[in-house]
Structure formats: C-alpha cells, structure tokens
Design a binder for this molecule. Structure first.
Ligand code: ADP
Length: 302
C-alpha cells in the first residue's frame, strides 16, 4: 500500500475538521478526493504530508509511519499545496535548481532541472521570473517542484483551481501521465476532473468519510432511480405514461420523445414495453441515462 490511513482526526478548538477517516490506496491508483469547501480535504492532505500533526489516528505512507519517519516520508512524496508557495522574484530555472538542492540532489542538478522543465512543459518560461508567469505556468512550476525528488506518491491539493480550460486540459494530461507510474491523491470539486483522471473517488463531508468507491460503483450504489429517454413512433399521452406503475415523472421532449423517471424496480422496461403494445405505439428508441457524478456528490454531501 502507498497510503494507509486509520481513524485519522484533527480537531481545531471545538471543531473536528477531520473526523475518524480511514482509507487505503494501493500503489499506482489515481484517486479523487472530493468534498465541499470546508469538508476537511486540505487538512487531511496536510496531515498526510507531515505539515500538521493529527489529533488522533495514524497513517502510513510508503510503509513508513507518520509521526515517526516524517523526514523519510517527505523524501518519498511530492506535495502541491492549495496555496502553492513560490518565490516570485526567482527565475523558473533558478528556483527549480534551488528546489533540487533542498531535495538533497547533489549530482547532475542541471540535468534533473532540465528533465522537470521538459516534463512540465516549462521550456519557454524557464528564463522568466516566477512572478510574471500566468497562474497555469505557476501551477506547472509547483508540479515540477512536487516531482523533483522523483516521488512515488503525489498529493495534489486542487491542482487545477483557477486555471482556464486550456490550462486545465494540459495539467490533467500531465497528472494522467504521472499517474501511470505513481500513486496520486488529488483533491478537487470539479466532477469532470474526477471522471477524466481518477479510477476511484473518496468523498468527505464535514470531516467524515461518506464514500470510497470506484466511479462505476459509486453510480451503482447511489442510484436513486432510473431515467430513460424513450422515443415513440406516435405522440404518447403524458398522463397515461405517468400511470405506469413506478413512474415518478414524465417530461415531453421534441419528436415524440419523453424523459421518464422511475424507481429502481427492475421490471420498468417490461412495463414500458407492455404500455407500447397496449397503446399500439411503437418504441423507436430507448436509452437509459445515468445520474451524473455531480448528482451523486450532491446527494452524499447535502
Ligand atoms: P477543505 O480543504 O475541504 O476545503 P479544510 O481542510 O481547509 O477544508 O478545512 C476544514 C475545516 O477546518 C474548515 O471548517 C476550516 O475552517 C477548518 N480549519 C482549517 N484549518 C484551520 C486552522 N488552522 N484553524 C482553525 N480551523 C481550521
């Protein structure tokens, strides 16, 4: 396991910012860490990276105990904090050389810096002052910094926040390629981001873990009902569609198409077919639509 978290908690005054959270992440998974603002994501990440001490509970990173081997842990992880602290007066290349020294890299520093510049697409910006870079490029400098020590666990706190759509796409590509070889835990509240990059989702709300599943299972487990779009050959009567047992809502769309919401009962399809036969109306097309991850997220965190 790359990350093992057991009953981790953090109390600020009377508030439990993180409350009894447990999860394990095996090597080589990209995991989305979701939750509304204030849910406890950053606090959890700060504990996992050794920046703040848990009130209770324990965690192991790369088989090393947090609180016992923090320096060794820091050597094996890369961390991009939400407020990425950079020295704005330093030049990109100069700064990354400085980071390499901090990481204890003594041999072939220019080569390592050049690799990181190449990996994060900073070639054209490497001679610029960090303060003059756009937010997207500052974020790349943060990624280059996080990757400098060749970590096998990366902890990224809202890596795409404040970026424009093009920058988001590029950072996502970078994270996806990094995730092919390493374990990545990334926090975000953008659902498309999770669907694009992550195989698994951990959701916390008010400090407590409320879900830990693959994206497919999350859809299955938290399914509230079925939503089907059906197209008939001839117009159908909305009130008679509503009378099919289990149907909760019917919305008429264009071209004899109807969006029908029903409970999770399994024989809904059969009932719809019988309805079509009884009303001598042919079903031309029928497709089930899944609740978006956003809907699942809202139902778990509202
Ligand atoms: P998230 O990253 O999910 O938005 P945070 O981990 O930043 O959430 O915060 C969780 C809760 O802990 C929030 O209510 C926040 O106000 C509180 N909190 C975070 N850091 C501190 C701190 N240093 N002192 C007091 N409260 C804090």
């Amino acid at each position: 396991m790359s990350i093992e978290v057991s009953k981790l908690s953090k109390q600020y005054g009377s508030q439990w910012a993180v409350d009894d959270v447990s999860f394990d992440i095996p090597t080589g998974q990209v995991v989305g860490f979701l939750g509304p603002n204030g849910a406890g994501k950053s606090t959890t990440m700060k504990m996992l990276t050794g920046y703040i001490t848990p009130t209770s509970g324990s965690a192991k990173i790369n088989n090393l105990w947090l609180g016992e081997d923090d320096l060794k842990i820091k050597r094996t992880i890369g961390y991009l904090p939400e407020q990425n602290p950079l020295y704005f007066d330093m030049y990109v290349k100069e700064y990354l050389g400085f980071v390499a020294n901090l990481c204890g890299i003594t041999k072939e520093v220019p080569k390592r810096v050049a690799q990181m510049i190449d990996r994060t697409g900073l070639e054209r910006e490497q001679h610029k002052k960090i303060g003059t870079l756009s937010k997207g490029y500052k974020q790349r400098v943060g990624m280059a910094q996080a990757l400098m020590n060749d970590p096998n666990v990366l902890i990224l706190d809202e890596p795409t926040s404040g970026l424009d759509p093009n920058q988001i796409t590029e950072i996502r590509k970078l994270i996806t390629s990094i995730g092919e070889e390493r374990t990545v835990l990334l926090s975000t509240h953008i659902m498309q981001e999770v669907e694009a990059m992550c195989s698994r989702v951990i959701i916390i709300n008010q400090g407590k873990l409320v879900a830990d599943d693959s994206i497919a299972d999350l859809h299955k487990l938290h399914k509230k009902g079925k939503k089907v779009i059906v197209q008939f050959k001839n117009p159908a009567d909305v009130s008679s569609l509503k009378n099919i047992s289990g149907v909760q809502k019917v919305e008429a769309l264009s071209n004899n198409r109807y969006e029908i919401s029903a409970g999770v009962e399994t024989d809904f399809q059969e009932k719809l077919f019988n309805y079509a036969v009884e009303n001598q109306n042919i079903i031309l097309e029928q497709k089930e639509i899944e609740d978006s991850l956003e809907t699942v997220f809202r139902s778990l965190t509202n």
